[in-house]
Write a protein that binds this ligand. Structure first.
Ligand code: GLU
Length: 546
């Protein structure tokens, strides 16, 4: 059979150039020894999973720490999964976490195009080459033919797939092929696998260590009937021509590794190093399961932005999952930037990484407590601009006021920084009582109405805005004494039944009246920030509500 003629008949692409052309167009990269070229290769589905950030961080760290290149390739061969605007989502979600690509889709770079759909010519060139060498062939099997084979294999407990005796089109004669073409039958191009499932090899996975890999014997599809490559074929060609040296990807790809090994070999390409990292899991009742896009809102990267998690917090938490020695490093060098941590592929977990939002929250509180009030202002403002409601946006109209609120609520200038803020959304809700537009108190006192009323009115009668903290407190004590509340804590402790309560109960009533809350930072300062007029208005409102 004239295989050159067959290749032209099957893939009539006039743009195809001789293979050398591509080797020259995409030369080996001029990088220092040991530099790694890594990539993120998502499909443009519009959904960014936490696992995408996980893999992106590992690849980014390894590339940049080795003086290499980290690039973005869009694997858009599956039209059904493609969503408009998905690439912007990829860029914006990763940019939020400061994961920066050196080159790739919608960026510059000499190894593009970085969209697989724009690389048809290269895939066609190599598919033709394989046909010419007798290493690929057209398959005219219909969906029904394949379904029949599947049923037979299931009934007879045979390995599924298109291989051996089930690879019906593998040995079609020249006449049969041209007759099918003349009849206009649709066809795909399949690899003519040379592998044998009885043969096993040891393969060094960069994350999992040495693993046993069975040879591939499947005649996998390399070009679909519309001439678009499959992921397997496209990624092999792309990783070769983009000069990828290391692929860290999810372990769901481990089962395809035999196909990829064979494809690289058949194409005559050097196989990059692979590391398959474990999936992110969570505890669900008694069991552990994969973090699910469907069930778990925290599986989506959007969740972290909507909640307003500080990017450094999420990144730091991801690093604790990614590298087993990271936490130790973080405790030793709490002030060093993350990028100074020496990321090591060998320290990546071999089994599932357990996602624990409480731990993330803990890390987040600590990171939030390292911000200055102006940094917090900027951070909250940018969250509010994107996700806040109109009232929350209006909090930023008076910058000075907001800075005073934040200074107090973050404990800046105090003995110890407060760690109340977990994320922007929660922080904004925590400070809403400072703003009349969102001040919606539900007053719940532990004392009867009459007592509360006497206390509030008594305080109101003596409150002077200009009083310093000491004077203010003396007045609170005086109001307490007037209603029989203890101000001497020793006396109170000796016989609590002798008093209706003590001075802290009085302060609690004032606090609830002013803020609607049981727990707040220092009340005198709150009143200072609220201002005289607003403080009086709040006391009046509280009395009126009794
Ligand atoms: N396009 C694949 C995905 O969507 C990428 C797999 C790989 O990194 O090789 O996950």
């Amino acid at each position: 059979m004239d295989l050159n003629k067959l290749a032209d008949a099957l893939i009539p692409d006039e743009n195809v150039k001789p293979l050398d052309y591509y080797e020259t167009l995409f030369p080996e990269r001029d990088l220092p020894k040991g530099a790694q070229v890594t990539r993120l290769a998502p499909s443009p589905t519009g959904f960014m999973h936490l696992g995408n950030l996980y893999v992106a961080l590992a690849n980014e760290r390894i590339a940049h720490q080795s003086g290499g290149v980290f690039y973005l390739r869009i694997e858009d061969t599956d039209e059904k999964r493609k969503v408009e605007g998905a690439v912007e989502v990829i860029h914006s979600s990763l940019k939020y976490f400061d994961v920066i690509f050196d080159e790739g889709a919608d960026l510059c770079g000499n190894y593009g195009p970085y969209y697989q759909r724009q690389r048809a010519e290269i895939y066609h060139a190599y598919a033709k080459e394989l046909i010419k060498k007798g290493l690929a062939y057209p398959c005219f099997c219909t969906e029904e033919d394949l379904e029949k084979t599947r049923e037979y294999q299931t009934e007879n407990k045979l390995l599924p797939g298109y291989y051996g005796e089930f690879a019906k089109c593998r040995n079609l004669s020249e006449e049969e092929i041209y007759a099918n073409l003349a009849a206009g039958k649709p066809y795909v191009i399949r690899l003519k696998s040379q592998g044998d499932v009885e043969v096993k090899h040891t393969f060094h996975d960069e994350v999992k260590g040495d693993i046993t890999v069975t040879e591939n014997n499947q005649d996998v599809v390399i070009l679909k009937s519309d001439g678009i490559p499959t992921y397997h074929f496209a990624h092999a060609i792309d990783d070769h021509f983009m000069r990828t040296t290391l692929v860290i990807r999810g372990e769901e790809w481990l089962s395809s590794l035999p196909i990829h090994i064979e494809l690289f070999k058949t194409l005559g390409f050097h196989l990059p190093k692979y590391g398959h990292n474990c999936s992110i899991q969570k505890v669900d009742g008694e069991t552990r399961r994969k973090l699910s896009k469907r069930k778990d809102p925290e599986a989506s990267l959007t969740f972290y932005r909507e909640q307003g998690y500080h990017p450094t917090a999420v990144k730091t938490y991801m690093m604790t999952l990614l590298n087993s020695n990271f936490e130790e490093w973080m405790l030793k060098f709490p002030d060093k930037p993350l990028d100074e941590f020496k990321y090591s592929i060998g320290k990546m977990g071999k089994s599932g990484a357990l996602f624990d939002i409480l731990k993330l929250n803990d890390i987040s509180k600590t990171i939030m407590a390292t911000l200055s009030e102006t940094e917090m202002y900027d951070f909250l403002k940018s969250w509010a601009d994107d996700f806040g409601n109109e009232a929350q946006k209006s909090y930023f109209a008076d910058k000075d006021y907001m800075l005073r609120v934040l200074t107090l609520c973050m404990g800046i200038g105090g003995k110890k920084r407060r760690k109340d803020f977990v994320c922007a959304k929660q922080a904004m809700e925590m400070i809403d009582y400072f703003f009349d537009s969102t001040f919606a108190p539900v007053y719940e006192y532990r004392f009867d109405k009459e007592t509360v009323k006497t206390i509030l009115q008594g305080f109101k009668a003596t409150y002077v805005y200009a009083d310093d903290m000491q004077t203010w407190f003396e007045k609170v004590k005086a109001v307490a004494t007037a209603s029989g509340f203890a101000t001497d804590m020793k006396a109170y402790k000796a016989d609590p039944t002798a008093f209706p309560g003590n001075v802290s109960d009085v302060a609690e009533m004032l606090r609830i009246a002013t803020t609607g809350l049981y727990n707040t930072p220092d009340l005198w300062t709150i009143m200072q920030i609220l201002g005289e007029e607003r403080t009086f208005a709040r006391l009046d409102k509280a009395v009126a509500a009794l």
